[in-house]
Each structure stands twice: as structure tokens, then as C-alpha cells.
Design a protein around this ligand. Structure first.
Ligand SMILES: Cc1cc2nc3c(=O)[nH]c(=O)nc-3n(C[C@H](O)[C@H](O)[C@H](O)COP(=O)(O)OP(=O)(O)OC[C@H]3O[C@@H](n4cnc5c(N)ncnc54)[C@H](O)[C@@H]3O)c2cc1C
Length: 500
């Protein structure tokens, strides 16, 4: 019997496995899919590489604690190249273009030139981002294990406090009412869901402009493969096609994990990294505590979101197009809702994503819980109608792309269409949500220790424990689960990172 049984081989499961091995705990990972990686995944279609996840990865600045974690798990350092673009996003509304430049002064100048009528708010917006550059996510220890010195270190973030106080109760949707210019409004509001508190936008742009949210070359595939290889090299064991069906609980301990194929494994400790909707189904709903109950019940304060992603191959190179462009278009419908903005992601910088001389683009459209219900209903009642809805949607998007990029007329071929239902089907993601709960204003940030009352050898990990989820929170909670497990066994002194 291993010291730790890890259920789920996504980023949090692999992280937990790596830190367990580094700390001298023997571990094994059970994953329901044929490969590890969870939501951080990719696959091949017609010779093109479909990257299903990373558009930005927080923790790429070597001065941050997150960077240390990414190097511990083998993702960064060791010659790993980062794609460092001059800008994160180009917004194009009726031909008026604005950018999220890495150079904030350049961004301010551009925004002021486009919208002198918003000068005061533009200056305040740029200042908020600059003040948020002081933020560095504490990642080395869970809160309860921090000592006085660790807390003192956090004072370096004090500069961000006045902005957090001033705008902390404002959603993105409320914030953009301060601006008149539609391009500026789109630049602030159209990348993240509008219910997010606006601090999320400040944070995102602050991380990009400090070199702390770049893209690792090779994308999601590289992230997952490097983590898998690190884990295996440390002696960890991975069992794929192993869907956990039930945790057997005796005397406040999970003693056995039963799998769908009829097999079972006895266990000393469990770190469960599946989507919590799956984790609590495996444990029994009675184990769901007040924190999760509140989040699932209060959908207005803790909404979730997902995406429709459509991938097109292009007959020619598209290196001349922006790396990411958000533009307005003729209205079209998805899941009975009207959309009039598309976000195009261009993979021209990735040498191995498309065959020589060809292009690959991804179109992203945000989806919410009610949109998931639409796709789920179609999928479960009439698979042919589900397929037809996807085909119709692809056609609508393609015609708008051809209008926006006339040189691509007749050169686009759909190669993949992913809906919120797809995320749910392949990883068990709750209603297709690939991040955690959205952080809205007026509500407490959702944080969870992963410790469940009445279970002495069981820990949750995964992005849902810390809003708003994402890769860094999957990474952090995987590490913290091992630290908490060791603390419970009075062995925290065994906790170990890679020697540099
Ligand atoms: C389209 C898309 C774009 C994204 N873009 C970004 C981005 O740019 N930046 C960013 O930071 N994050 C991004 N994310 C989010 C990021 O992928 C996730 O935050 C992260 O991968 C979550 O990791 P996790 O380990 O917490 O959960 P998961 O990846 O969900 O891992 C859980 C694992 O458990 C497995 N599992 C489920 N049920 C069982 C069972 N019964 N038995 C065994 N195994 C089970 C699943 O198959 C999965 O492998 C994106 C995600 C998607 C889908």
C-alpha cells in the first residue's frame, strides 16, 4: 500500500504527486482518462495541434514564489523558453484598435489618443494596473503554516491595497460604465466574464506587464508532459483508465478506493483532485461542507463559466495577423443568446502546432451555466441535433472571420469545435466550467483548506479550492495538500522541494 493515493491526474494531481515523492512519501495517481493533464490538455487533428488550455500562465517571473513551484514540478527553468509578446491582446471595435501593451506607458498613450474623452479614467485605470504590479501570489505555504516572517513578506504588496479597497466591490460590468469609448470598454471588459470583480482585470494585466504571465513554448502539452516526466522520474506511478467510483470510509478514514472496472485499492491517505462535484459524489453528499454548499447554491454570487472553442486550419501562414484579437462582428446566436464579439487566438508563434506554411487559429466565445444546460440538453436528448448545432455555429463564425480577415476567404477549414459539454464529458468538469467559481464583488473570496470534517486521512486539492481557479491555483493547492497531510502526521519537517 502506498503512502498517498491521488485521484485525478490533472495539474493539481501531478503537483501533489511530485511534492509527495520529493517529501519521501510513496504515491500513485489514478486517472480516469487515457492520459494525464486533465483540463490542461491537447490533441492532434488532421496534422494540427489543438491546444485546449493555456493562453496565459501566471508565475513566469523568476522573482515570484509561483515560479519556484513551476520549476519544482519541471515546467519552467531548465531551458524552457517563454513566448514574450509585446502585447497580450488587440481589441478592434469598428476598426479602432487598442492593445494591452507590455509597456504600460505606451498603452496609456494609445488609449488617450483613441479616447481623450476618457482621459481621467484611463489614467486611473493604468495607475490601478501599476499598483497591482506589487502583487505576488503567496504560494510556498498554506496560510495556517505561515510564520511571522512569511506574513511580513506580504507587506510588499501593500501598494495594491488602496486600489483593492476602492474598486473591490465593483464588477467589470459596473466599472466600464465610467468609460464612453466602445474600444476602451471592450479592452477592459471583453476578455473575462463581466460578472468578475474588476480587480481580476487589473490583476491579469498587471501580471502580464511584469513578465509574470507569459506563455511557455509548447503550450499545455509541454506543461503536462514535463510534469508527468518529473513525477515518473521521482518514482511515482500513474494508472490511467481508472475511474474512481467510490471512497470506502471506516472510522473517519478513507480505507479503500473502488474503481469503475471493479478493482479497488487500499489506501493510507487520499488526495482527491477531481472536480469537487465528482469528489463529493465519491465521498457521499453528506460530506459536502457549508463553504461548497453555499457556492453551489448561490449561483448569482458564485457563477461559473465555460467556453465554446472553434479551431480553424488556414491554408496559408497567418504570422501577419495579431496574436490575439477581439473584434466586433454581425450578431449571431449560440445557445439562444446573441453574441457580437469574437476572440481570435493565433498560434503562429508555435512552430509545431501547424504544418509548415499553414496557420491555426482558435475562436473563443464565453459561455455560462445556462449555456451549458443548452448544450447538455442537446447532447443527452439528441446527439444528431447537438452535432448540427455545432456545425451551424461553426458556419456562422467562419463567415464572420472571412469578413473580418478578407484575405482568408476560402482558406479556412474547421478542424475542431469544443463546447462546455465536451469539458464536462472528458474531465467531469462541473457544468463544463474549466475555472473555479467566478470572483464577483460583494462576496467573500472562496478559499478552502481541502480538509473535510470527519475525515482524518483525506485532502482535496485542485483549482476549485481558491477562486478564480486556473493553473496557478491547481499548482498551489496540489503542493499545499501535501504540506497539510504532512502536518497532520507531524512530519511537516519532511516537506521538500527540488534542490536548485
Ligand atoms: C479552454 C481552456 C482554457 C484555459 N485557459 C487557461 C489559461 O490560459 N490559464 C490558466 O491558468 N488556466 C487556464 N485554464 C484552466 C486550467 O486548465 C485549469 O485551471 C487546470 O488545468 C485545473 O487543474 P486541476 O488539476 O485542478 O483540475 P482538472 O484538470 O479538472 O483535473 C482533474 C482530473 O481528475 C480526473 N478525474 C475526474 N473524475 C475522476 C474519477 N472519478 N476518477 C479518476 N480521475 C478522475 C479528470 O479526468 C482530470 O484529469 C483553461 C482551461 C480550459 C479548458
Amino acid at each position: 500500500m502506498k503512502d498517498v493515493t491521488i485521484i485525478g491526474g490533472g495539474i493539481s494531481g501531478l503537483t501533489a504527486g511530485i511534492y509527495a515523492q520529493l517529501s519521501g512519501l510513496q504515491s500513485e495517481i489514478y486517472e480516469r482518462h487515457t492520459i494525464v493533464g486533465g483540463q490542461c490538455t491537447s490533441w492532434m487533428r488532421n496534422g494540427f495541434h489543438i491546444d485546449n488550455c493555456v493562453h496565459w500562465m501566471t508565475g513566469t517571473n523568476p522573482k515570484t514564489e509561483l515560479y519556484q513551484l513551476w520549476t519544482d514540478v519541471g515546467v519552467l527553468g531548465n531551458g524552457q523558453e517563454l513566448l514574450k509578446h509585446d502585447y497580450f491582446l488587440q481589441v478592434n471595435i469598428d476598426g479602432v484598435k487598442a492593445h494591452v501593451w507590455r509597456d504600460l506607458n505606451k498603452m496609456q498613450d494609445e488609449l488617450l489618443a483613441i479616447a481623450p474623452e476618457d482621459a481621467k479614467e484611463i489614467r486611473s485605470f493604468i495607475k490601478a494596473i501599476k499598483d497591482f504590479q506589487a502583487i505576488s501570489i503567496p504560494a510556498l505555504k498554506p496560510n495556517e503554516q505561515m510564520n511571522f516572517g512569511d506574513k511580513i513578506k506580504m507587506l510588499s504588496m501593500i501598494k495594491a491595497l488602496p486600489v483593492a479597497r476602492k474598486f473591490g466591490t465593483m464588477s467589470i460590468d459596473d466599472y466600464i460604465k465610467r468609460f464612453k469609448n466602445p474600444t476602451i470598454k471592450a479592452l477592459i471588459s471583453n476578455y473575462l466574464p463581466k460578472q468578475y470583480y474588476v480587480l481580476a482585470t487589473f490583476f491579469m494585466y498587471a501580471m502580464f506587464t511584469t513578465g509574470n504571465a507569459d506563455l511557455p513554448l509548447g503550450g499545455s502539452d509541454m506543461i503536462t508532459n514535463r510534469m508527468r516526466d518529473t513525477y515518473l522520474s521521482l518514482g511515482g506511478e500513474i494508472h490511467c483508465r481508472k475511474k474512481a467510483n467510490k471512497f470506502v470510509i471506516e472510522n473517519q478514514r478513507v480505507t479503500k478506493v473502488e474503481f469503475e472496472d471493479g478493482s479497488a485499492t487500499e489506501t493510507k491517505n487520499v488526495i482527491c483532485t477531481t472536480d469537487p462535484s465528482v469528489s463529493f459524489a465519491l465521498l457521499g453528499e453528506t460530506y459536502m461542507d457549508a463553504i461548497f454548499r453555499k457556492c453551489y447554491a448561490d449561483k448569482k454570487s458564485y457563477p461559473i463559466f465555460s467556453e465554446v472553442n472553434v479551431y480553424f486550419s488556414v491554408e496559408t501562414s497567418i504570422a501577419h495577423l495579431p496574436i490575439m484579437e477581439l473584434f466586433n462582428c454581425e450578431p449571431f446566436e449560440i445557445a439562444n443568446k446573441t453574441h457580437s464579439v469574437l476572440c481570435m487566438n493565433n498560434y503562429a508563434d508555435e512552430p509545431n502546432f501547424a504544418p509548415e506554411g499553414k496557420g491555426l487559429m482558435q475562436i473563443l466565445v464565453v459561455q455560462y451555466e445556462e449555456d451549458y444546460e443548452y448544450w447538455n440538453n442537446l447532447y443527452t436528448t439528441d446527439k444528431e441535433a447537438y452535432r448540427q448545432a455545432k456545425t451551424a455555429l461553426v458556419k456562422e463564425i467562419q463567415s464572420r472571420l472571412e469578413k473580418h480577415y478578407p484575405e482568408l476567404q476560402g482558406k479556412l477549414t474547421e478542424i475542431e469545435c469544443v463546447t462546455p459539454k465536451s469539458f464536462n464529458r472528458f474531465t467531469g468538469a462541473y457544468k463544463g466550467s474549466y475555472m473555479g467559481f467566478v470572483q464577483t464583488p460583494h462576496v467573500e473570496k472562496m478559499t478552502h483548506t481541502g480538509i473535510i470534517d470527519g475525515l482524518n486521512n483525506f485532502h482535496l486539492a485542485g483549482q476549485w479550492l481558491l477562486t478564480p481557479g486556473g493553473l496557478p491555483n491547481a499548482l498551489i493547492t496540489g503542493r499545499w495538500a501535501v504540506q497539510r497531510l504532512l502536518q497532520r502526521e507531524n512530519r511537516l519537517h519532511d516537506f521538500c522541494c527540488k534542490k536548485k
